[in-house]
Design a protein around this ligand. Structure first.
Ligand code: COA
Length: 259
């Protein structure tokens, strides 16, 4: 398949989807989110594919977030549409019947951290850096981060990370249970392939059932996701949102007023 923002490859039963906007640190614009939906649908439907790796192009970033320049002028209605589309794609990833490993090869911030958390397993290179810094822009995570971070690290640490916007290293991510392994950058994709090759020897039916049932454990939190879409779009009606994104684009520190 050909995409504007992704590289899609199937080799030896493993599909590798690489987000390919390195000049923008692989930031997720609307088109990339849409292409991710198509790429995962294609990989899930392809009988040759037994497992999927998601990674970012270049040495610096997995995904540095949603594309701030693109959403900087969104109205609350457009922000709602953005969050709903993102939720749909990330839910599709989480509910895929084939195992998906996020090979996090650098920054995984905001939407990038949320995207990694939507995958079934995460492994990281030693230079990876995670976080939900949306609060620095006067907004909140809009692609499931308020829910999936709590699931992964627990309420107390998630609350601290979501409120401070602090980023954390690959080693800290391992200690928090966000990633399973930390490897040198060149060892990242081989390790992802090794895990998927092992899983590929099992019954695809059993694999699909395990994935479905692990997700079933969390279904009770469904309302939190809906609430996140509502609150995310409301952020776009504030002075603080305008100040947050303008400060980022002007490469200065934001000054928030609570309006
Ligand atoms: N959306 C849009 N563009 C982004 C982006 C994002 N989330 N993250 C990085 N970029 C762009 C930068 O604007 C810059 O573009 P330019 O060269 O045209 O100016 C380019 O990617 C390189 O980023 P830069 O900031 O110069 O790299 P850095 O190494 O100095 O800093 C980060 C890296 C990740 C710390 C910094 O880019 C950053 O803070 N990004 C935003 C993270 C964020 O808030 N994500 C959540 C969004 S909801």
């Amino acid at each position: 398949m050909n995409f504007n923002n992704l590289i899609y490859d199937v080799t030896d039963g493993i599909c590798t989807i690489t987000i390919n906007r390195p000049a923008k640190l692989n930031a997720l614009n609307i088109e990339t989110i849409s292409e991710l939906g198509s790429a995962f649908a294609e990989a899930e439907a392809n009988h040759e594919v037994l497992g999927i790796i998601l990674t970012g192009e270049g040495p610096k970033a997995f995904v540095a977030g949603a594309d701030i320049a693109e959403f900087s002028n969104f109205t609350p209605t457009e922000a709602r549409e953005m969050a709903e589309n993102g939720h749909e794609t990330f839910d599709q990833i989480e509910n895929c019947s084939k195992p998906i490993i996020a090979a996090v090869n650098g920054f995984a911030l905001g939407g990038g951290c949320e995207l990694a958390m939507a995958c079934h397993i995460r492994i990281a290179s030693s230079n990876a850096r995670f976080g939900q810094p949306e609060v620095n822009l006067g907004i909140i995570p809009g692609y499931g981060g308020t829910q999936r971070l709590v699931r992964l690290v627990g309420k107390s640490k998630a609350t601290e990370l979501l409120l401070t916007g602090d980023t954390f290293t690959a080693e800290e991510a391992k200690n928090l249970g966000v990633v399973n392994y930390v490897l040198e950058p060149e060892a990242l994709l081989p390790k992802a392939r090794e895990i998927l090759a092992k899983i590929a020897q099992k019954s695809p039916l059993a694999v699909a059932q395990v994935l479905k049932l692990v997700n079933a454990y969390y279904n009770k939190e469904e309302n939190g996701f809906t609430e996140e879409v509502n609150e995310f779009s409301e952020c776009f009606d504030t002075v603080d949102f305008r100040e947050g994104v303008t400060a980022f684009l002007e490469k200065r520190k934001a000054v928030f007023t609570g309006k």
